[in-house]
Design a protein around this ligand. Structure first.
Ligand code: ATP
Length: 362
């Protein structure tokens, strides 16, 4: 498996280094022929090549089996014509990575104020309020006068159907409960269609329990009883906001893994941003990207029918849980490990058999 690794900006280089360390250990333990190939993206690429995503990078990534994209300084990149492309949007759009899977769960041993839970937010990734990916050309935010802006949201039957199927399939492999999050009382056409299609698609999955909640009420429900939820499906922006909340409810944004999946490509990405406020200080939590990389291995294994990759993905998740169980963690979740030390702790458990023992004991 050849994976392209793009470290990105802010805490990106630190958390991708910790992730690559864990992947190398996983490869050795499960006898995977894993090749990690690093390239510049974001500010590093802008300085070197005059653009945040250099020409030719897309083909390099296309020829690989998966991509790990570190967080990039999206807010800094304002003008595409000057080479300031948002790398995250660029790869999601180029590979039509329509399903963004964002698991959030609590860990024994780690403080959490909202009770134990284990859920996944399935976020539509290719349209909605994201002005930079709605159009074939141009942008769906319009400056009408210097004081008036119109932001357009695109919702299509095709995108609703495919995200609904992705969520239903996932739920069938978990606790068989799907919650549809929407705002169909106000966005009657767009979210009305999203809700109707999700319900219609879900009817094709026997045994799947389905409910729906308005997005504003959802903020209260998920804080009050996160354990009520299994798989939650939402349009792009609602899913983005909700998944930051669920990651933080689980202990920290730094625990939020994220896999962007299309028909034949997948990209692992942390759910959070480049966190410039803590960059370069070896304090960021690398767990988010490490868990995302584990999801990427599992996705690859399923496609190739190679159980070793799924086993490696599970072993990484178990090693993360085992480190937390031992009370070792980064500062954001009350521990005192640095970024590199956290990656190393996970790698060491992965190398030994302690993770399997902990998993077996569960
Ligand atoms: P960007 O503009 O790139 O999205 P941001 O700082 O606006 O950056 P996030 O990067 O998502 O948004 O960060 C939000 C908050 O969560 C910040 O206080 C940040 O320090 C914290 N945070 C984000 N990721 C991590 C992490 N991996 N470990 C610890 N704290 C994190």
């Amino acid at each position: 498996m050849r994976i392209v690794v793009l470290p990105g900006d802010g805490i990106g280089p630190e958390i991708t280094a910790a992730t690559s360390n864990v992947l190398r250990v996983a490869a050795a333990r499960f006898d995977l022929k894993l090749q990690l190939e690093e390239h510049a993206v974001g500010h590093a690429s802008l300085e070197q090549f005059g653009t945040t995503v250099r020409p030719g990078l897309l083909e390099i990534v296309r020829s690989a089996d998966g991509l790990i994209l570190g967080p990039t300084a999206t807010a800094d990149f304002k003008d595409e014509h000057s080479g300031e492309v948002n790398p995250s949007k660029y790869f999601r759009k180029s590979f039509d990575l329509f399903a963004n899977l964002r698991p959030a769960k609590t860990y024994p041993g780690l403080r959490n104020r909202f009770g134990a839970f284990d859920l996944v937010v399935v976020r539509e990734n290719t349209e909605g309020f994201y002005a930079d990916r709605n159009m074939e050309q141009g942008n769906s935010e319009l400056l009408v006068t210097p004081d008036v802006v119109i932001s357009l949201r695109r919702i299509t039957r095709h995108c609703c159907e495919r995200i609904a199927h992705a969520a239903c399939k996932l739920a069938m492999n978990r606790r068989r409960h799907l919650t549809i999050v929407h705002k169909s009382n106000v966005l009657k056409l767009g979210d009305g269609m999203f809700l109707d299609i999700c319900r219609e698609v879900a009817r094709g999955y026997p045994g799947l329990a389905v409910d729906d909640i308005l997005v504003d009420a959802m903020m209260a429900h998920v804080v009050r009883r996160p354990d009520r939820f299994d798989v939650i499906v939402a349009t792009n922006m609602f899913g983005d906001i909700l998944s930051d909340l669920t990651a933080e409810l689980s202990g920290s944004l730094g625990l939020g893994g994220s896999l962007n999946v299309g028909a034949d490509f997948a990209m692992a990405q942390a759910a959070h941003g480049s966190a410039p406020d803590i960059a370069g200080r070896d304090v960021a939590n690398p767990t988010s990207l490490i868990l995302s990389a584990a999801l990427l291995l599992a996705w690859h294994g399923e496609r190739r029918g190679d159980a070793r990759y799924a086993a490696a993905g599970r072993a990484i998740e178990d090693a993360v849980a085992a480190v937390m169980r031992e009370g070792r963690a980064t500062r954001d979740v009350g521990g005192d490990l640095g970024t590199a030390a956290m990656g190393q702790a996970i790698a060491e458990i992965l190398q030994s058999d302690r993770a399997s023992a902990a998993a077996a004991a569960r």
